[in-house]
Ligand binder design. Structure first.
Ligand code: S3P
Length: 431
């Protein structure tokens, strides 16, 4: 699918951000672990999160889609059913890494597989802690899907994550619910904490202690009702468009502003971007909040300067780093991102895809092993950008087109449906 984005005169409008993908996955998974039905409002209707609903059906949950909510009737914390066939995780890394955490403590074996991109993404990062707990994981070439999780009686674990990954952290925490002993996870740096928040809200024995997250064996989870906030990672594309297209002013409503997700807004602020909202501050170190804060975001276009993003900030803005590269092209001076080697194992190698894509539009950007360096030239000419089937690269190309001098054609725009099916419709209301 070739989609053309002409330079925009200015963007104006008022939009509700699409539902959060990370929180939707977690809401559905935890709902399926409850014994009583759970009502999830504002669940994201997109490729990845629909893969999660299908996976939960495959392990025995009933999922009812009503016009304003979905209702999930699971079989309880220890009630995953055997699956008749391999579970298809589609394009979803989050599903592929979280679901095995829950299955590992139950009786049975489950095989997980997915699309071409998923088959290139490593699962050894979850296989290691699950094996240490006592489960068996057989992966292709020891590292990749398809892979099979053989459930077992799990022991105890004090695990230091080798990479700051919310997906791996969440996998270990879910396994901890069913472990006989205590399970603790230490992160090299904070990553998104939606799993901890939702577990605390569901009554699991989860706490913070000395920088570790500790989870105790739990008998039952109880949730009743969850409302998913808007996705900052999706809204970030609209924010970037609003900042870059001269004369723009946008209001985005109901955006999740959990501090572990708002790294992009802090980076943007350093670059001189104007986004006004009511952002969450980090809670005290021992506290696990049970809510997800939301805010309106008031976005205005304006000039930008380059910045440096270091490793500490990376997990808090991981999915928005491609947009930092785009903003860097329009900024005055250099923009450098370091410590972001994780970008190489996302839906595409996002360092390679972003560098190739922005260069094709006239950007001056160099890849590094763990990031990139952009020389800002005040704008982008335009051209053709290949999404490589990656939803976030496709949406990056669209925003680049609106802000460019000559327009951009995106190859593979349909990939946006993985996280933001209404993206083109929403852009259309702003132009
Ligand atoms: C996600 C965590 C991040 C992020 C991904 C969603 C999650 O991955 O890139 O899009 O929902 O936990 P890592 O935790 O592996 O960095």
């Amino acid at each position: 699918m070739r989609t053309r984005f002409e330079p925009a005169a200015r963007l104006r409008g008022d939009l509700v951000a699409p539902p959060d993908k990370s929180i939707s996955h977690r809401a559905a998974l935890l709902a399926a672990m409850c014994a009583e039905p759970v009502h999830v409002r504002n669940y994201l209707d997109a490729g990845d999160t629909n893969s999660t609903l299908d996976a939960l059906r495959a392990v025995g949950a009933l999922v009812e889609a009503r016009p304003d909510q979905i209702v999930i009737r699971g079989g309880g914390l220890r009630g995953a059913a055997p699956a008749d066939a391999p579970i298809d995780v589609g394009n979803s890394g989050t599903l592929m890494r979280l679901l095995p955490g829950w299955l590992a403590g139950q009786e049975g074996s489950w095989t997980l597989d997915g699309d071409e991109s998923i088959r290139r993404r490593p699962v050894d990062r979850i296989a290691e802690p699950l094996r240490m707990l006592g489960a068996r994981v057989d992966a292709t070439n020891g590292r990749f899907p398809p892979f099979t999780v053989h459930g077992a009686r799990l022991g105890s674990l004090d695990y230091e994550l080798p990479v700051a990954s919310a997906q791996v952290k969440s996998c270990v925490l879910l396994a901890g619910l069913l472990s006989l002993g205590e399970v603790a996870v230490a992160e090299p740096r904070p990553s998104r904490d939606h799993t901890e928040r939702l577990l605390a809200r569901a009554g699991a024995g989860v706490s913070r202690d000395d920088g570790r997250i500790v989870v105790a064996r739990t008998d039952e989870l109880e949730l009743d009702e969850i409302t998913v906030p808007g996705d900052l990672s999706s809204a970030a594309f609209l924010i970037a468009a609003g900042v870059l297209v001269p004369g723009s002013r946008l209001l985005l409503r109901d955006v999740g502003v959990n501090w572990t997700r708002t790294g992009f807004l802090r980076i943007l602020e350093r670059m001189g971007g104007v986004v006004v909202g009511d952002f969450e501050s980090p809670p005290p170190p021992r506290e696990i909040p049970t809510e997800e804060p939301v805010s309106e975001l008031d976005v205005r276009a304006g000039p930008l300067v380059g910045t440096v993003v270091e490793a500490d900030e990376v997990p808090l803005a991981i999915d928005e780093l491609p947009l930092v590269a785009l903003l860097g092209c329009f900024a005055e001076g250099d923009t450098i991102v370091r410590g972001a080697g994780e970008l190489r194992v996302k839906e595409s190698d996002r360092i390679a895809a972003v560098v190739e894509g922005l260069r094709a539009l006239g950007g001056e950007i160099e890849p590094t092993e763990d990031g990139f360096a952009v020389s800002g030239t005040g704008g982008l000419q335009g051209g053709v950008l290949d999404s490589h089937g990656d939803h976030r690269v496709a949406m990056l190309g669209a925003v680049a087109g609106l802000a460019s001098r000559e327009g951009v054609t995106v190859l593979g725009m349909d990939a946006a449906a993985i996280s933001y099916p209404l993206f083109l419709e929403h852009l259309g209301t702003l132009a």
